[in-house]
Design a protein. Structure first.
Ligand code: MG
Length: 191
C-alpha cells in the first residue's frame, strides 16, 4: 500500500465534462451523448495520477430525484466515463453521486458534506488540507466546510463577474482543470 498518495476531490459537470446547463434535456447529463469531455480534462486527470494523486469525484445529480433519468442511466454514464479515462491512462478512484433534490433534505447534496465524509471513510483518507476543484458556488462552500482548499474553474457555470457577489470566495480561480492541475503540481514541486 502506498501511504503517501494524496486525494484530490473533483466535481464532474463543468470540470471534467461540459456543464449540461441550457443545452441538454432538462439541463442534466441524462444520456451519454450529453457527456462531452472538456478539452484536456482527461490529460489533466492523468497528470495528477502520474504525480501521485488519487481522485475522488463528488457530484450532485438531482435530476434523478426529479425523475429526469434513472440511477441505472447514471451508472451507465459513469461506467462509460471511467472507460474513456482508462483508455487514456487516467483514473478516478471512486465517484460519489448525490441523487437528491433540495426537498429530499438529504445530507449529501453539496454544499452539504455527506459524500466527502463517505469518501473519507471508504477510502481511508482525510480531506482536510487537500484540494476540491469545482465550477460552482456550492462546491466552494462544501470545500470550506471540509477544510479543503477550493479551486473554482471557469469552464462551467460560473464566471468572474458572478464570483464577485459571492460571500465566500474560492481560494483559487483558474480557467479550467488543466490550469488548476498545473498550479497544484507547481506547488508540489516547491515543497
Ligand atoms: Mg459542476
Amino acid at each position: 500500500m502506498k501511504k503517501n498518495r494524496k486525494t484530490i476531490f473533483l466535481d464532474r459537470d463543468g470540470v471534467i465534462n461540459k456543464d449540461p446547463g441550457g443545452w441538454t434535456e432538462h439541463s442534466y447529463v441524462t444520456h451519454w451523448e450529453y457527456f462531452k469531455f472538456l478539452p484536456n480534462s482527461i490529460e489533466a486527470i492523468k497528470k495528477l495520477n502520474d504525480a501521485g494523486y488519487d481522485i475522488a469525484l463528488i457530484s450532485n445529480q438531482g435530476g434523478i430525484s426529479k425523475g429526469y433519468y434513472s440511477e441505472d442511466k447514471l451508472r451507465e454514464i459513469n461506467k462509460k466515463m471511467m472507460a474513456e479515462l482508462e483508455k487514456k491512462g487516467a483514473k478516478i478512484k471512486k465517484a460519489y453521486y448525490c441523487l437528491h433534490q433540495d426537498s429530499d433534505n438529504c445530507d449529501c447534496k453539496k454544499p452539504k458534506t455527506g459524500l466527502f465524509e463517505k469518501a473519507e471513510k471508504e477510502l481511508n483518507i482525510k480531506a482536510q488540507g487537500n484540494f476540491f476543484i469545482g465550477d460552482g458556488k456550492m462546491d466552494v462552500e462544501a470545500a470550506e466546510k471540509m477544510g479543503l482548499k477550493s479551486i473554482l474553474v471557469l469552464s462551467g457555470k460560473s464566471d468572474l463577474a458572478g464570483v464577485r457577489d459571492w460571500e465566500l470566495k474560492p481560494d483559487y480561480i483558474f480557467d479550467n482543470l488543466s490550469e488548476a492541475v498545473n498550479f497544484i503540481l507547481k506547488q508540489k514541486e516547491q515543497k
